[in-house]
Design a protein around this ligand. Structure first.
Ligand code: HEC
Ligand code: HEC
Length: 282
């Protein structure tokens, strides 16, 4: 384009015009922008020199600082472990009861016990130990096998499996109905069948159960086998029993043993303290 066609001679336009006077200028960019531009490419070069960056055929440029995210993670882990070490060393040689008695330690142990509980126990006993149908509540103060820290530790360590025979051959339906109603009303021991059929041998003269064998308390209105129709559920238990291999309708109640290969002694102590704190006990 010649100068005669340029309607704005002397101006630093590029000679591109649209609609008579709309034109492209060739100005320097503003100073702030230029500084920003140079600062950013200098930053990129410095950064890629210092940190792991450019890919190569079977490796990558490692960076002059030698930083890696895995090394940083391991550093963090080390500092966490150095905080834990004094606690872990103490716990190793202490009984669960002594840990429970120590405020500081039991707080520490409860935190890791909660994680262990989530991984190993909540599938059966519920996330906060609130129980599930067929799996006893651990978050109350009602225990089949006793609620002391030692009882709880034993339950976890060696497992539990209460056994009750079925009574269909010994008691007719009428007697089972009447006995179930007595239990439902909290009057188990007042029913003659309670003694005659031998319930007394396992559930005790007062009907409160014996913790060494896990025979449930029958007079507290708390049920270990809960059901919407509790009365029918009681009848079912009396008729077919619990963990009774002679009857396929028997209730199944098996607490697996966690001692030995499954969990370490320290982990079991942590769990015992955690569970004890959920439900309390003596
Ligand atoms: C496969 C299911 C299952 C798992 C997993 C399980 N439990 Fe149990 N647990 C049971 C059953 C069933 C019983 C009741 C046993 C019985 O009635 O004889 C029980 C009983 C107990 C008892 C005794 C309760 C009482 O009233 O005396 C404790 C304590 C206990 N479990 C803690 C735990 C802890 C802690 C874990 C995790 C390490 C765990 N359980 C994992 C099924 C399970
Ligand atoms: C050999 C011992 C034994 C005898 C005999 C026995 N029981 Fe049991 N019973 C148990 C045990 C142990 C449990 C708890 C089982 C478990 O939870 O693992 C139980 C549980 C129960 C339950 C369930 C309670 C609940 O909380 O859900 C009822 C109801 C019951 N028994 C009633 C009776 C009656 C009634 C008799 C007599 C006709 C009787 N039992 C005889 C050992 C016995």
């Amino acid at each position: 384009m010649s100068d005669e066609e340029n309607k704005f001679p002397g101006e630093n336009n590029t000679g591109h015009f649209w609609d008579d006077d709309l034109r492209e200028l060739d100005n320097e960019p503003p100073t702030w922008w230029t500084i920003g531009f140079h600062a950013s490419w200098i930053f990129v070069i410095v950064y890629t020199l210092l940190y792991p960056s450019w890919p190569m055929i079977d490796t990558h440029f490692k960076g002059l600082l030698g930083w890696t995210s895995i090394a940083e993670y391991k550093e963090d882990l080390k500092s966490i472990e150095s905080v834990r070490a004094p606690y872990e060393n103490k716990i190793k040689d202490m009984s669960a009861a002594d840990i429970l008695a120590d405020d500081n330690l039991s707080k520490y142990v409860t935190a890791s016990g909660k994680v262990l509980f989530g991984d190993n126990c909540s599938a059966c006993h519920g996330a906060g130990g609130q129980g599930n149908v067929g799996f006893p509540v651990l978050a109350d103060d009602d225990w089949l096998y006793g609620g002391t820290i030692t009882d709880i530790e034993t339950s976890i360590n060696v497992g539990r499996q209460g056994i009750m025979p079925g009574h269909a051959a010994m008691l007719d339906d009428e007697k089972i109905d009447a006995l179930s109603t007595s239990i439902f009303e909290g009057k188990a021991v007042e029913n003659a069948s309670y003694t005659e059929a031998g319930c007394i041998g396992c559930h005790g003269a007062d009907g409160k159960g014996l913790s060494f064998m896990g025979s449930a308390n029958l007079v507290d209105g708390i049920y270990r086998f809960t059901a919407a129709d509790q009365l029918s559920s009681i009848k079912h238990t009396i008729k077919y029993g619990v963990n009774n291999p002679a009857d396929s309708q028997s209730r199944i109640a098996v607490m697996p043993a966690f001692g030995g290969a499954k969990l370490s002694d320290t982990e079991i102590k942590k769990l015992a303290v955690y569970v004890h704190k959920l439900g309390g006990g003596q």
